[in-house]
Write a protein that binds this ligand. Structure first.
Ligand SMILES: Cc1cc2nc3c(=O)[nH]c(=O)nc-3n(C[C@H](O)[C@H](O)[C@H](O)COP(=O)(O)O)c2cc1C
Length: 489
């Protein structure tokens, strides 16, 4: 064990082995021991959710134990209660503003096979979850390309008030052409330009969130004074791409403003995350890469003038856990029977903006075809790196494992907890985003089996530190305008 757990046990050893003072010392230092417990670095746990018929695994609805009432509030309220029972820090909805389709518009396979074809509005879907819980943080994805910043600022600020400071915004720039077409555009905006616009977008949102001083509201019926007009500023933002005037119409919340989440993986995306992200979602291929990238991202964060502890990095995992390893392997074996070829073809089409239904599985791609893929270039380039310059569709399916279970973490409770502890203490991450192959079964298993073990090891809090998401993540409530003091602002 390394990191703060060692620091902590060293301190405990020092205190309790003090021979001069013996038992008196232990008594005297008892409050410090309690404080050390509280100060121990705690793992952030986040439930990866979808307001749709399946999880991020399009096959999950086919699981014999998955619930099918995914359009009902009870379904989401139940998941929220399970996660809160496990003291998860947050539940978060991913989102895309379109249905998977083959390039050219054929979407019917998505509906026939339930491939992410239902996507409800994440904010509205969070409401039954908010009503069913009191401490669980609640995050939703909202695109900087297809919404107006004032709209996003108002939605999340309102949601933050309605949840007493539990809201978080996952900032995405949106890469799918299907999304562009639904939003009246012909195609997506160029990659880096999306992020340049997103910088301005976030400056506007954060700017509006800062325009109300904490004591702007008076609401005194006797004096008939409702608020202090001098304590609500107008933003008057004029950028290269975006502008917004104000005044903003929602006061600050218990946690100041919603927590910002980011998950960009490109160089530009990571820079954006280092500038803005308070929670960063990552998918690292192994511990070695994770350790290096984790340190790199923290350094990038520090270079902007931020304290790197104000940015927590959470790694996405696909757990298959049971009392014994054999049972966990059986769970995975069942899940591996669920994907069909259409899952991979449709999700590859969506990720790469290319028609993966247009060619035989084993026909090599031409250079022109590869160049015309405008989606996730990192995904395309990885396939070329592994399978050579003329990969086939089958190569794409096998290397990316899109539509299949990718990098499952399979094992007994001890094995899964050991692996999480190793990643956390290395450190290669500050926490985990938990994906589900069966909903709500994966979360129920995790909370029933893994959470108590993590708590026993002192890695995961036994209870919430407070009621706001910031308090529970160990973040301070930001002063108005605090982010403007950073070197990037
Ligand atoms: C856990 C996780 C959740 C994500 N959720 C979404 C999402 O809901 N919507 C979306 O468009 N992109 C989502 N992404 C993708 C990222 O926002 C980002 O676009 C992608 O990693 C590509 O990086 P880049 O934008 O830097 O090229 C997610 C990524 C991860 C790791």
């Amino acid at each position: 064990m390394v990191g703060s757990r060692v620091l902590c046990s060293d301190a405990v050893a020092r205190i309790t082995s003090d021979k001069r003072c013996g038992e008196r010392a232990t008594e005297q230092f008892a409050p410090n021991l309690a404080r050390l417990e509280i100060d121990m670095r705690q793992m952030a746990l986040i439930g990866f959710l979808q307001a749709q018929n399946c999880s991020n695994f399009s096959f999950s609805w086919r699981h014999p134990d998955s619930r099918t009432d995914f359009t009902s509030p009870d379904y989401y309220a139940h998941i929220a209660r399970v996660l809160e029972e496990g003291k998860f820090h947050m539940a978060f909805f991913d989102d895309r503003l379109g249905m998977p389709e083959y390039e050219g518009g054929a979407y019917q396979d998505a509906i026939e096979n339930g491939i992410r074809c239902i996507k409800m509005d994440p904010m509205a879907t969070l409401m039954p979850m908010a009503m069913a819980t009191t401490n669980l943080g609640l995050g939703a994805t909202m695109s900087t390309t297809y919404y107006e910043p004032f709209h996003v600022a108002r939605m999340f600020a309102t949601f933050d008030l309605m949840t007493k400071g539990r809201a978080a915004w996952n900032i995405v720039t949106s890469l799918n052409d299907t999304e562009a077409r639904n939003m009246g555009r012909d195609g997506s905006i160029a990659h880096d330009l999306r992020y340049d616009r997103a910088d301005e977008f976030v400056e506007i949102v954060m700017g509006h969130w800062d325009t109300w001083a904490d004591d702007a509201l008076i609401v005194d019926k006797q004096s008939k004074r409702f608020g202090d007009g001098s304590k609500v500023k107008r933003l008057d933002y004029q950028g290269q791409y975006l502008k917004s005037r104000g005044p903003f119409t929602v006061p600050r919340s218990e946690q100041g403003h919603p927590v910002l989440i980011q998950a960009g993986s490109s160089g530009r995306g990571q820079k954006f995350g280092a500038d803005w992200g308070e929670l960063i979602f990552v998918v690292y291929p192994n511990l070695e890469v994770a350790k290096k990238n984790y340190a790199g991202l923290k350094e990038q964060c520090a270079a902007t003038g931020r304290d790197p502890d104000t940015m927590k990095i959470a790694h996405l995992i696909n757990p298959f856990v049971a009392e014994t390893r054999a049972e966990a392997e059986d769970k995975l074996a069942l899940v591996e029977t669920l994907p069909i070829e259409a899952d991979s073809l449709m999700l590859l089409s969506e990720a790469l903006n290319f028609d993966f239904g247009s060619k035989p599985l084993d026909e090599p791609f031409t250079r022109e075809e590869l160049d015309s893929m405008t989606g996730l270039h990192a995904m395309r380039d990885r396939v070329i790196e592994v399978r050579g310059p003329a990969p086939t569709i089958r190569d794409f399916i096998e290397v990316t494992e899109r539509g299949r279970v990718r990098d499952p973490w399979v094992g007994s409770v001890t094995e899964i907890a050991d692996r999480m502890e190793e990643w956390f203490t290395t450190p290669a991450c500050d926490g985990f985003v938990i994906a589900a192959s069966c909903v709500p079964g994966t979360y129920e298993d995790f909370v029933r089996l893994v959470v108590p073990e993590l708590q026993r090891r002192g890695l995961h809090h036994k209870d919430y530190a407070g009621t706001t998401l910031r308090e529970n993540l160990g973040f301070v409530r930001p002063e108005v305008g605090a982010w403007k003091h950073r070197s990037n602002a």
